[in-house]
Design a protein around this ligand. Structure first.
Ligand code: BGC
Length: 741
């Protein structure tokens, strides 16, 4: 018997070593990835390779079952992990275990001006994606805030390329630390929803390189993003999902991207262009991408049978296909084929905490006359909360980023929970907006039906306002169509549903009326002078109400700063000031960005006779900060030097608080017109009462350069420059000059 076991043992051992000796290179973890890719590629049939290049279901593409290469599974992105949908339908699959943690919208993250929050965000959402077995997260979005009418601004990181770049890099790194690819979207020039499938954007190279590309470039080169999503719109006549200029010349050629290019869903329109112009994977809705689904639709995709046919006929060489397959295999080796990646986790307490922390750091205190905030609970008996957005679920709407959230604490519930018995919190609806707001079959759990008339609702709110110590109006936009929502732009800059009238009436009835805007965009605020306090509360996801309450009562000292300019009127934005339909929203599928590089504060800085309502970078605190003098370590520098900028910031109030110290550079004289100033550095510093801290920035030629169209290169032009440091783009506290030799 003993002998028998001995023989079996020897047999198993030798079989084991045979297995090891025969482990094919593509499955051998000890071999370099590029070698494994080549080995896998050499084993695949033409059909297997083509299959990798297109979807097999709404969110998945096949692997190579014969070789044990797994499927790829995508998920929206970018604020939480989307609910499972049916295999070939947009309807939800009806799972009971797919309700996720909803993180704040990316505008809120950008408003934190804290790269550590971006890392925390990326890591947490990456963990959720990993747990749900997705290897590609369809986010983050970094299209530039060009117009406040863009329905998807809430999914992006604001108007400034430097801020968006600094925030996108840690987000990508955080996601990918889970072995999940971040798919940065929508590349590029998808800065509006109007006519998004067709509009052909004409833009100068200068604006393209200075404004619209930097965040993508940072995500690719510094963040090492493994995936990028082509945009729906066109550029130079070609759809961005198969675009020679954007994908071949810039993304792969200039930036050296070695990841995978994924189409937006239904953004592909042509097999030959898709073959040659940089696309790797086609995803979509129906056979022609944008149409309705048909059975076996996936086989009709541009990169499916039609591609295979051209390959078989020799009209497209197999090397073109191999290039795509290498990129797709690289994605797989970085994600599903990495046996060491962590397992992820889903809606755990750490993610709730992360969501809350990010929200708390992103909420912006826009105005606070007479320190009406925070609400002193010891002196407050009755707080009236008014407005639909105090109770409406925002996670359910907005388009592809809509979420089946595990929970969403509304502003009203958050405030009630925090205030407890300290004061009475009463609620009045005030107005009725769009009571639905669900999308993609994610259903709101809140019943918003209301039978009373607008007059009755207003009268009730005003009556209660008179007898309350504080009125907190929670309104703004919502995620219904033509508000902050995919698929359409906003139709007006003003607040919808007659909210202005309600705010005016409340302000007249109670001097302590605080307006909280829930939105991902700026809005007109004709009542700004008549209310003491205004808060930008964003779409904050699961922990929205808790985060907002902690700011309103002062548990948290607000430290968010605007990632975009809030103009008084729509015409304060350059794309609208030009009053030319070709500039916005485009005519006959054609659009010309005549606003060029003068977008956001780069434009408003030049307006002598009008100022924004709230500047880019603006945000107040419950404490005050004093800025010392800016000190430079040299008065002259060459393009090879680094300039050291230092200054001291002091908390001069009696609460701990964080200040975002912003550094702008001004080129005093240049061959090409330049903005008055451009953001080139920022630091968020936490200071105890009375504490001071030295803040340091390093500038080099990249901070001084502009993009010269004619030379197609960045130019740091010798001459005088100024460093401006301040609390916002409109609140510069100290400057110093130097010369570039
Ligand atoms: C959106 C993308 C999204 C995709 C998948 C498209 O309509 O533009 O952002 O990732 O759908 O849902």
């Amino acid at each position: 018997m003993k002998r028998y076991f001995y023989f079996v043992g020897v047999l198993l051992l030798s079989l084991g070593s045979v297995a090891t000796a025969q482990t094919p290179v593509y499955l051998d973890d000890t071999k370099p990835v590029e070698e494994r890719i080549e080995d896998a590629l050499s084993r695949m049939t033409l059909e297997e390779k083509v299959a990798l290049c297109h979807a097999q279901s709404k969110f998945s593409s096949p692997g190579v079952p014969r070789l044990g290469l797994p499927e790829n599974w995508m998920t929206d992105g970018p604020h939480g992990i989307r609910a499972e949908v049916a295999w070939d339908e947009w309807e939800q699959a009806g799972w009971t275990n797919d309700s996720c943690m909803a993180f704040p919208a990316l505008t809120c993250l950008a408003a934190s001006w804290n790269p550590e929050m971006a890392l925390l965000y990326g890591r947490s959402i990456g963990e959720e994606a990993r747990y749900r077995n997705k290897n590609v997260l369809l986010g983050p979005g970094v299209n530039i805030y060009r117009t406040p009418l863009n329905g998807r601004n809430f999914e992006y990181m604001g108007e400034d390329p430097y801020l968006a770049s600094e925030m996108v890099v840690p987000y990508v790194e955080g996601v990918q630390s889970n072995g999940v690819a971040a798919c940065v979207k929508h590349f590029a020039l998808n800065n509006q929803e109007y006519d998004r499938y067709a509009v052909d954007v004409e833009v100068s190279d200068r604006a393209l390189y200075e404004l619209y590309l930097p965040a993508f470039q940072a995500a690719v080169q510094r963040g090492k993003a493994w995936a990028i999503m082509g945009a729906y719109n066109r550029y130079k006549g070609q759809h961005c999902c198969h675009n020679q200029y954007l994908l071949n010349d810039i993304l792969r050629g200039e930036w050296g991207f070695d990841g995978v290019v994924i189409s937006d869903w239904g953004g592909v329109h042509n097999t030959v262009e898709s073959a040659y112009n940089g696309l790797d994977m086609e995803f979509g809705t129906g056979t022609d991408g944008l149409g309705v689904s048909a059975s076996d639709a996936y086989n009709h995709y541009f990169l499916a049978q039609p591609f295979l046919d051209l390959l078989k006929k020799g009209e497209i060489p197999e090397s073109v296909l191999d290039g795509k397959v290498r990129n797709i295999l690289r994605l797989m080796y970085r994600t599903t084929m990495n046996r060491n990646r962590p397992f992820g986790s889903f809606k755990n307490p750490a993610h709730a905490l992360a969501a809350r922390q990010i929200a708390q750091e992103g909420i912006v205190l826009l105005q606070n006359r007479d320190n009406v905030l925070p609400i002193p609970l010891d002196k407050t008996k009755k707080i009236l909360v008014v407005g639909e957005n105090a109770i409406k679920m925002m996670t359910v709407g907005g388009g592809s980023s809509s979420l089946k959230a595990w929970y969403e604490v509304s502003p009203l519930d958050g405030l009630r929970a925090r205030v407890g018995d300290a004061a009475e919190v009463v609620y009045a609806r005030g107005y009725v907006g769009n009571t639905d707001g669900s999308y993609n079959g994610v259903v709101s759990k809140v019943d918003l039906s209301e039978s009373r008339s607008a007059e009755e609702l207003l009268a009730e709110a005003v009556g209660l306002a008179r007898e309350s110590d504080y009125v907190i109006f929670v309104g703004g936009l919502n995620k219904n169509s033509q508000q902050d929502c995919e698929g359409g732009d906003r139709i007006a800059y003003g607040l919808p549903y007659n909210q202005d009238r309600v705010i005016e009436a409340l302000a007249a009835a109670n001097p302590r009326t605080v307006v909280v805007l829930i939105s991902g965009n700026s809005v007109a605020m004709p009542w700004a002078d008549r209310v003491p306090a205004i808060v930008e509360g964003w779409y904050c996801g699961s922990e929205a109400g808790n985060a907002l309450a902690s700011v309103l009562v002062g548990d948290v000292n607000p430290s968010g700063k605007l990632p975009f300019t809030i103009g008084k009127r729509l015409e304060d934005y350059h794309a609208h000031a030009l009053n030319d339909p070709l500039v916005y929203p485009g005519v006959d599928h054609k659009q010309v960005y005549r606003d060029d590089i003068f977008v956001g504060y780069r434009w408003s800085d030049l307006q002598k006779d009008s100022e924004p309502l709230f500047c880019f970078g603006h945000g107040l605190s419950y404490t005050t900060f004093e800025y010392g003098k800016v000190l430079l370590d040299r008065k002259q520098m060459t393009a090879a030097d680094t300039l050291r900028v230092r200054l001291t910031v002091k908390n001069t109030g009696n609460r701990a608080g964080a200040e975002v110290v912003q550094l702008y550079v001004s080129d005093l004289k240049s061959a090409l017109p330049r903005p008055l100033k451009e953001l080139k550095g920022f630091r968020k510093v936490m200071l105890q009462p009375g504490e001071s801290r030295e803040v340091e920035f390093l500038l080099d030629r990249t901070s001084l350069s502009y993009f010269d169209d004619a030379k197609h290169e960045w130019v740091a032009e010798p001459g005088r420059f100024e460093v401006l440091v301040g609390a916002s783009s409109g609140d510069i506290r100290s400057k110093a000059g130097f010369e570039l030799k």
